[in-house]
Design a protein around this ligand. Structure first.
Ligand SMILES: Nc1ncnc2c1ncn2[C@@H]1O[C@H](COP(=O)(O)OP(=O)(O)O)[C@@H](O)[C@H]1O
Ligand SMILES: [Mg+2]
Length: 225
């Protein structure tokens, strides 16, 4: 398994009061499996991704990522895990404006100590950004920026890719194209994908769709597929 979540619970404080945001949440994601995560604003989707990424301490339950149990891992192990096993794609792309497209793509691979020129070029070709390699982010369209962000996340060959509303800024046509490419890449590299989206069309491209509500996940494939 790329990711296993068992009996995960998480409380947040609303002013004076503690609120149970996630409770007894379970999920397993296998290699290359693509999971869509839906749910109302404030239901805890981003918090769940942050917990999986080891960016928030685990309060209750267990998350095991690429064989490492996060609650038992040291800060250094978590940082290694993030560098080497995890790719993250945000809605706002988060590209480095002072680096060319090519260097943005290579960035996470270099960080992971796994830079591979052929792979970077191959990703750029598959994502149709090959002609943009010497340009800078400020000269690209939203769809192009998001495809560069995907190439950057994949260049380190992560076991798991987390994407938080990655198509939130794109029109329908661009969303469909970007997500179709993302799923194809995840499958061909055996990278598991957990993708938060509000779009039914985007969710329908995933292998499984879960809804987060009242702290728990329920499978809702039947609604969209
Ligand atoms: N560290 C925190 N402290 C207090 N409240 C938090 C914290 N993190 C998240 N929350 C609250 O938890 C809820 C879920 O947030 P979030 O995970 O961002 O939801 P979503 O991504 O589904 O919109 C929100 O009400 C937010 O205010
Ligand atoms: Mg969110």
């Amino acid at each position: 398994m790329s990711l296993t979540i068992e009996s995960l619970g998480h409380q947040v404080s609303d002013g004076q009061r503690q609120r149970q945001l996630l409770s007894d949440l379970n999920l397993t994601v296998g290699p290359g499996e693509c999971i869509g995560l839906m749910g109302d604003s404030g239901s805890g989707k981003t918090t769940l991704l942050n917990l999986i990424a080891g960016l928030e301490p685990i309060q209750q339950g267990q998350i095991t990522l690429a064989g490492v149990e996060l609650a038992q891992a040291s800060e250094q192990q978590l940082s290694e895990l993030r560098k080497k096993q995890l790719g993250i794609i945000f809605q706002q792309y988060n590209l480095l404006s002072s680096l060319s497209v090519q260097d943005n793509i290579a960035f996470s691979a270099r960080l992971a100590g796994r830079y591979d020129t052929a792979l970077c070029h191959n990703l750029a070709r598959q994502l149709e950004i090959h002609s943009l390699l010497n340009q800078y982010p400020s000269t690209l369209s939203g769809g192009e920026l998001q495809r560069v962000a995907i190439a950057r996340a994949m260049s380190a060959q992560p076991k798991l890719l987390l994407a938080d509303e990655p198509t939130g800024n794109l029109d329908d046509d661009n969303s469909s194209r970007v997500v179709a490419l993302l799923v194809k890449l995840a499958k061909s590299h055996n990278t598991a994908l957990v993708l938060v989206t509000h779009s039914h069309n985007v969710a329908a491209k995933m292998d499984k769709i879960y809804q987060l509500a009242d702290g728990q996940l329920s499978l809702i494939n039947h609604v969209y597929k």
